[in-house]
Unconditional design. Structure first.
Length: 554
């Protein structure tokens, strides 16, 4: 595996019909969004409770994505990859808070189905557009198109990716919903996608991963004697000019298949949280050459991949007057030692701007992560002893609508009660493996995290404005306590976002308000017909497919 240099995402794309759409809402209404008033957003502001209020923009942002097999060589080593619109990552999809987003996805991959998931989007009343094969849809067959529609009820930085098996390692792109921000900035530099790059097929790597707890060590053409490494090839590099004194918004997206990154810019502070950081062009260390390294450092504490000692992943920040020739690289060093860990930002130091308290918390479920070997020496991850395997041809939402029993293993998703849940997620593997656990369709409140066993009464649960997330780290041999409202009808996944783990079944389905979901699906005849057509196309093609399901399917 090789980690390429940081790639700056273009803000416009030939297929993009909504370039710079955020300027419209930013200048309407009494509260104008500007470099000195980023908390404003037309008739709304950062203080608007977006769980309850969504702007009525009347706008629709429409995009077209084409999934295809192409060859790329970002480090000089050419590899056949699955990509969107001829690039990896795929094009930026953006909208304003409150807009409707419509994306037409055509599958031109001859040997695979596909389905696109919109990571972090709540999909209120649009569960069928969550993009999970075997759960919310049948996969899109080769040569066919699926249209996704959803309302941008939230704002911020996220991403979209395929949820069809291991395609999420390649078929992905940035997603930005423009809205207010808690801090001011001068320039929005747009998304910066951090990802891993493999010299081999992820599907071939999977063959090894499912039999041993494999470590996929990074390599790179810069220090390789492999004859297939041909110079710089089509190298993608991040080289960003800075103007002294300005504040720049960088939208970081961690789309890697495995492991955790810690981003940094030598000599600069990066205040921020989750994806969005603001860097002020005011270096804390003098550098007469005006050039600084930007870094994305793999944390060896959780996956043992060590790219930092190899001088990789790196980008460059240059100030006015700095030499821009290819040979003029920075000589800066990290200002301080960056802690090697996979822990989230300490939650006791985070205070959500929009305050939401949690009532009295009582544990309702315990989800225990473990793994086991089968007789053929293939191992699987489990949650409460169950490994999720979806049936691509029989999505849960259609089963719920038609009151069918479904064919998933376990046979029925875990059902939500109609009120809030408090879950303790525990790692019982006895190995120091970390898990970024992601919940579809919801934000959850993080009440506690820690190492060792969870002991009720001894662990203090933070119910006073706790952090809200859709993804949280489960400590190796530790626990995480979350709670969430079950107010969004749908069939939703909770899964580890390490691709190997998800493919090995470290997932579960959650069914919220089945009766309302059935009405939601049956109440839209056009949508239901489109879902049936997608399934008919898939069932007609799948028997001829050269590859058949050999993992969880997600």
């Amino acid at each position: 595996m090789v980690e390429p240099r940081l790639r700056a995402m273009a803000r416009e794309h030939p297929f993009d019909t909504s370039a710079h759409c955020h300027t419209r809402q930013a200048t309407e209404g009494p509260c104008e969004n500007s470099p000195t008033s980023r908390q404003c957003w037309g008739q709304h502001s950062i203080n608007t409770d977006w769980y309850e209020v969504v702007p009525e923009t009347g706008a629709t942002r429409e995009y077209w994505l084409n999934a295809e097999l192409i060859k790329l060589a970002p480090d000089g080593y050419e590899v056949a990859v699955l990509a969107l619109n001829g690039s990896m990552p795929g094009p930026l999809i953006e909208a304003d808070w409150g807009d409707e987003v419509v994306v037409h996805v055509t599958n031109n991959i001859e040997t695979n189905g596909t389905a696109i998931h919109w990571h972090g989007i709540h999909q209120r009343n649009t569960n069928a557009h969550d993009g999970v094969p075997g759960v919310t849809q049948c996969p899109t067959a080769p040569g066919k198109t699926t249209t996704y529609r959803f309302r941008a009820t939230q704002y911020g930085t996220s991403w979209y990716h395929s949820h069809f098996s291991l395609q999420l390692a390649m078929v992905l792109g940035p997603l930005v919903i423009h809205g207010p921000a808690t801090a001011n900035y001068d320039v929005d530099l747009g998304p910066l996608v951090l990802m891993d790059w493999f010299h081999g097929s992820v599907f071939h790597i999977w063959e090894t991963t499912q039999r041993v707890v494999a470590l996929h060590q990074p390599n790179q053409c810069a220090r390789s004697t492999d004859p297939r490494c041909k110079g710089t090839g089509e190298r993608f590099e991040f080289d960003q000019p800075f103007e002294p004194g300005k504040k720049y918004l960088i939208r970081l997206i961690g789309s890697q298949t495995d492991g955790y990154f810690k981003p940094a810019i030598d000599g600069h502070k990066l205040p921020g949280q989750r994806y969005d950081v603001i860097v002020e062009a005011k270096p804390t260390t003098a550098n007469s050459r005006g050039r600084y390294w930007m870094r994305a450092i793999y944390q060896t504490a959780c996956n043992f991949n060590d790219n930092d000692s190899k001088g990789n992943i790196l980008g460059i920040v240059r100030y006015a007057g700095a030499d821009t020739s290819p040979a003029a690289v920075p000589t800066t060093a990290k200002a301080r030692t960056i802690t090697n860990s996979c822990e989230d930002e300490p939650y006791e130091s985070l205070t959500p701007w929009l305050q939401h308290d949690v009532g009295p918390a009582k544990v309702s479920d315990r989800l225990r992560v473990a793994w086991y070997y089968e007789l053929d020496l293939v191992y699987h991850w489990t949650i409460n002893t169950k490994t999720l395997i979806v049936n691509w041809s029989d999505p849960t939402v259609l089963d719920v609508h038609r009151a069918g029993a479904g064919q998933q293993q376990p046979p029925l998703p875990l059902k939500f009660p109609r009120n809030s849940n408090v879950w303790v997620i525990e790692d019982r593997t006895l190995v120091n493996v970390w898990y970024p656990m992601h919940l579809h369709g919801h934000d959850f409140y993080v009440l506690a995290q820690g190492r060792g066993p969870f002991v009720p009464g001894l662990v203090r649960l933070n119910t006073k404005n706790p952090p809200r997330r859709d993804t949280v780290s489960l400590y190796g041999t530790g626990y995480t306590v979350i709670t969430f409202k079950t107010d969004n009808p749908g069939a939703w996944l909770m899964h580890c976002h390490i691709a190997w783990h998800a493919s090995q079944g470290l997932s579960l389905q959650l069914l919220a308000r089945a009766g309302e979901l059935s009405q939601q699906i049956g109440g839209d005849a056009v949508q239901l017909a489109a879902m049936d057509d997608t399934c008919a196309d898939w069932k007609a093609w799948y028997p001829t497919s050269p590859y058949h399901q050999d993992n969880s399917g997600i």
